[in-house]
Design a protein around this ligand. Structure first.
Ligand SMILES: *[C@@H]1O[C@H](CO)[C@@H](O)[C@H](O)[C@H]1NC(C)=O
Ligand SMILES: *[C@@H]1O[C@H](CO)[C@@H](O)[C@H](O)[C@H]1NC(C)=O
Ligand SMILES: *[C@@H]1O[C@H](CO)[C@@H](O)[C@H](O)[C@H]1NC(C)=O
Ligand SMILES: *[C@@H]1O[C@H](CO)[C@@H](O)[C@H](O)[C@H]1NC(C)=O
Ligand SMILES: *[C@@H]1O[C@H](CO)[C@@H](O)[C@H](O)[C@H]1NC(C)=O
Ligand SMILES: *[C@@H]1O[C@H](CO)[C@@H](O)[C@H](O)[C@H]1NC(C)=O
Ligand SMILES: *[C@@H]1O[C@H](CO)[C@@H](O)[C@H](O)[C@H]1NC(C)=O
Ligand SMILES: *[C@@H]1O[C@H](CO)[C@@H](O)[C@H](O)[C@H]1NC(C)=O
Ligand SMILES: *[C@@H]1O[C@H](CO)[C@@H](O)[C@H](O)[C@H]1NC(C)=O
Ligand SMILES: *[C@@H]1O[C@H](CO)[C@@H](O)[C@H](O)[C@H]1NC(C)=O
Ligand SMILES: *[C@@H]1O[C@H](CO)[C@@H](O)[C@H](O)[C@H]1NC(C)=O
Ligand SMILES: *[C@@H]1O[C@H](CO)[C@@H](O)[C@H](O)[C@H]1NC(C)=O
Length: 767
């Protein structure tokens, strides 16, 4: 899952606003001549004082909004942008389901490609008055997919952020009664006299938070949680700030958030807009300048003639062999004193104190890839994760009285998709993880698949000697072998090879679902060292190549329980699905909307691959350049459908932009789901649902004790109970029509390999 980072200390580093709406104010919208120019003058003045150099520049939201609304637009360029952008979005797997969702899907149906067509037509007809209005329309469209892997930072939305000056918490008296909203600061003050928040700007507070949370996560309860404070998110994001405070998606919050408490008091809080240091060009005099600065690209060479050179280095850097000796230490984001702590802030293992809990251990997995350089060394995260879990299971073998294990997945938004298999095998060495994925195959993907299939085997498949020593395989061969659209790479659901790209036993038979073309369901070759090491930088525990000692199953399933805050997504969803579907592990979920109803443990995307635009683009270019292998009947189609042959004409002028923009590139299809419904569209309630209380919202340890009581001492839940049979098929909790009996999921993130492929194919075939 992909999220804009929350501002870690935005408030602490804030300085007061220097811009005021000096002109007239009409109807809540400030009318200023050239508001963007007014901001420029104030920014220049603010940073002329050296002591402000590290601070955010803060100012009135209504001035920010006026500037954004005044942004200039070239509608013709905007139309070209949407047309090219759509070629990438074709790779989004869930379109047909979004257009026609199952009856218990909580959101309205949406036609993403059709919506893009409409926006392109409107732009072509000169229909947008500002770049900001176009970007808001695009953002509204793609966030209505509720798909954490579908992410684009549209250009005009990057300039200015909004924030409210307080954090909300949703707290129940005991974790079982329905929760109310409070200011977190009130709870921290530990006063006995605090009143709950009943209204926000005169509207029902719960409904305001619910509505504003709508576009944040896949599940509405998980989204509600994400709006409010949580200590559970600290190891993952460095902050407990909820997104009611850290306003997302450029939702304009107005100048005030007026909070009414149950004691009748109303407090008008002043919201603010902010600009981080060094990000605003003070030459901006008006809205046209704003758009030029943030959206219009400098002239660039056609990408089809430039090589994808920069990708090779990044691709090899994650190999299992690299363990950097850097001595950097990162802040300890995990609380207390863990028994084992990953220095990269991904995993920590604890033994609970107290005579009632001396049999209980906790493994907190907050991320499967902590990629924030403030908190981790991206070069070592994979190995440090494996080491920390290895060491924790060793500590458990030395402490045989610890017979119960809570696996806390709070705040885990995903990451490396082989680590879930690795950790699963440490817990259940005798179960073969079942994970099946499939890719949507638009015309462009079919062309890519056919072209790679036409490249001779000798350039693609590692020899026996190379498999024995993966370090001897050339980068080029690895790249070809591990490419997503290479039929030789993946295994069938029965763990046999595919026979080709097209055809009945091929990777693309085609598998037609809801009128859309997909590949067959495939499983990753976990036993394949070349693949594991080049794709995800590790050898999976218990498979060839992993030279770690193996041990028997450490706990019976009934002595393990999963705790989540609903944030779990992507690789975390793969892990939770394996544990629940294949090993029968029970789940407890905490938080969500104030209702005694079931809630999903996995509330983020359940897609199995975040596919960056950069890799789709490089792959397209490589394939286009490999035209001798493109079936000649498809050459013309290749020209018009492959994404990235033309540069995106707006707001994507840095390599970083395309690397961070992504689609959900693969669906997770559980075993036994004959209807092949992607898990995002299957409601899977946790066995037990509770709420945060005043103590558990601040203390993960108090929460673990409550969860231990529920799992092993008949503690109460707000909905369900540890023995509630949920069957992961929505029975009795909505009207899902799909049957989803026990099965599991896993997949691969070939994020790295496509880039290498591109570089390799370019160099191989252009020579
Ligand atoms: C509006 O603000 C601009 C910029 O501060 C200033 O130049 C202009 O005189 C103001 N107009 C009025 C009517 O106050
Ligand atoms: C103020 O805004 C409302 C709602 O957007 C609109 O109906 C009304 O006409 C506006 N009033 C003025 C004076 O602009
Ligand atoms: C809050 O106050 C209660 C008594 O009113 C006390 O038992 C508790 O330790 C306090 N908690 C904190 C975090 O200060
Ligand atoms: C009402 O409750 C709020 C929130 O707890 C508090 O800040 C405020 O002081 C209270 N007002 C009165 C008049 O007690
Ligand atoms: C919020 O309070 C401010 C300051 O008292 C006031 O100007 C504004 O109209 C209020 N907004 C709403 C929506 O009540
Ligand atoms: C606020 O809305 C929630 C959810 O719709 C509802 O349960 C609650 O009763 C409402 N509160 C008030 C004070 O109307
Ligand atoms: C992982 O553990 C091995 C063996 O103990 C050690 O050599 C290596 O440096 C560790 N790597 C990291 C990144 O912690
Ligand atoms: C599947 O293909 C791989 C090479 O891609 C080969 O090493 C392996 O032997 C094949 N397996 C079977 C069962 O044919
Ligand atoms: C699906 O793929 C087949 C085979 O390539 C093609 O003939 C058909 O037009 C495709 N259908 C759609 C809806 O793209
Ligand atoms: C992995 O397992 C599959 C299915 O059992 C087999 O076809 C393949 O040859 C194996 N690959 C390696 C590298 O052992
Ligand atoms: C691809 O299409 C563009 C127009 O979209 C055209 O200018 C170009 O010549 C075409 N290239 C090839 C190789 O057909
Ligand atoms: C769903 O799961 C429950 C519990 O495992 C089972 O009793 C029920 O038959 C299942 N329903 C369907 C439609 O498969």
């Amino acid at each position: 899952m992909r999220f804009e980072p929350l501002p870690l200390v935005a408030l602490a580093s804030a300085a007061s606003a220097a811009v005021s709406a000096s002109n007239s104010t009409t109807n809540g919208t400030t009318t200023i001549d050239e508001p963007c120019g007014v901001i420029s003058s104030a920014v220049a003045e603010f940073y002329s004082n050296d002591s402000n150099a590290e601070l955010n520049f803060e100012f009135l939201p209504s001035v920010a909004n006026a500037c954004l609304l005044s942004s200039g637009i070239d509608n013709e360029l905007a139309a070209d942008f949407v047309i090219e952008y759509k070629k990438y979005v074709e790779f989004l797997t869930t379109q047909a389901y979004l257009k026609d969702p199952p009856s218990d899907y909580p959101y309205p149906a949406v036609d993403i490609l059709g919506g893009l067509d409409s926006l392109a037509s409107k732009a072509a007809a000169g229909g947008f008055k500002s770049q900001y209005l176009l970007d808001i329309a695009l953002n509204d469209l793609i966030t209505s997919a509720h798909e954490g892997h579908l992410y684009t930072s549209f250009c005009s939305l990057q300039a200015i952020s909004y924030q409210r000056p307080f954090n909300l918490a949703s707290v129940s008296s005991d974790g079982v009664e329905l929760p109310k909203l409070y200011l977190l600061a009130d709870i921290l003050n530990n006063s006995t006299q605090i009143s709950d928040v009943v209204a926000i700007n005169g509207q029902n507070a719960t409904e305001v938070v619910e509505k504003e949370g709508l576009f944040q996560l896949m599940d509405p309860d998980a989204a509600y949680n994400y709006m409010t404070a949580s200590q559970g998110r600290v190891p993952g994001s460095g902050s407990n700030i909820g997104t009611f405070e850290a306003v997302r998606y450029n939702f304009f919050p107005g100048d005030y958030t007026n909070v009414t408490f149950s004691n009748g008091t109303t407090v008008p809080f002043e919201n603010f807009a902010y600009i981080p240091p060094g990000t605003w060009d003070t030459e901006i005099a008006n809205g046209d300048d704003f758009t030029k600065a943030f959206c219009i690209l400098p002239a660039q060479p056609s990408p089809t003639t430039s090589s994808a050179s920069s990708s090779t280095a990044t691709a090899t850097s994650s190999s299992a062999a690299t363990a950097s000796a850097t001595e950097t230490t990162y802040p300890d984001l995990f609380p207390y004193t863990p028994v084992v702590r990953d220095p990269n802030n991904q995993v920590a293992g604890y033994f609970l104190n107290g005579s009632d809990y001396e049999d209980t251990a906790v493994l907190w997995v907050s991320s499967f890839a902590q990629e924030d350089p403030r908190f981790a060394d991206p070069e070592t995260i994979t190995i440090s994760f494996q080491n920390a879990t290895r060491d924790f299971f060793a500590a458990l073998r030395d402490a045989p009285s610890r017979t119960k294990l809570i696996i806390d997945l709070s705040g885990n938004g995903g990451g490396n998709t082989l680590l879930p298999d690795d950790l699963f095998k440490r817990l259940f060495p005798d179960i073969e993880p079942y994970g099946a994925s499939r890719i949507r195959v638009p015309v462009a993907a079919d062309i890519i698949g056919q072209t790679i299939a036409a490249v001779p085997d000798s350039l693609v498949v590692p020899t026996a000697e190379e498999i024995a020593d993966p370090s001897t395989v050339s980068a080029q061969k690895i790249a070809l072998y591990t490419s997503f659209f290479n039929y030789r790479q993946q295994l069938t659901t029965e763990l046999t090879n595919f026979t080709g790209w097209s055809g009945k036993d091929g990777l693309f038979p085609p598998n037609v679902q809801k009128g859309d073309n997909f590949t067959a369901n495939y499983r990753p070759p976990l036993n394949d060292t070349v693949w594991d090491e080049s794709v995800d930088g590790l050898d999976v525990y218990g498979y060839p190549g992993a030279n770690s000692e193996t041990f028997p199953q450490p706990f019976p399933a009934e002595n393990i329980v999963i705790l989540t805050d609903g944030f779990c997504a992507s690789a975390c969803s793969i892990f939770a699905e394996l544990l629940t579907r294949q090993a029968g592990i029970k789940t407890v979920v905490v938080g969500g909307r104030p209702q005694n109803a079931p809630m999903q443990a996995i509330g983020g995307t359940k897609g199995s691959l975040a596919q960056p635009f950069a890799q789709i683009q490089q792959l397209s270019q490589a394939v286009y350049n490999a035209s001798e292998y493109i079936p000649s009947s498809l050459l013309e189609l290749a020209n018009s459908t492959l994404p990235g042959l033309n540069p995106l004409p707006l707001g994507a002028n840095s390599a970083t932009a395309l690397k961070s923009w992504s689609v959900n590139g693969a669906d997770n299809i559980p075993r036994g789901d004959d209807l092949q419904i992607p898990l995002q569209f299957v409601f899977e309630p946790a066995n037990c649902r509770i709420f945060y209380s005043e103590s558990t919202v601040l203390s993960p340890r108090d929460l673990w004790m409550q969860v231990a009581d529920i799992a092993w001492k008949e503690g109460k839940c707000a909905w369900g109970g540890i023995d509630t049979v949920v069957g992961n098929n929505g029975t009795g909790v909505g009207n899902s029509t799909q049957t989803v009996p026990t099965s599991g999921s896993s997949s691969n993130s070939v994020v790295v390999s496509l880039a290498v492929l591109a570089a390799a194919v370019v160099s191989m075939l252009m020579l």
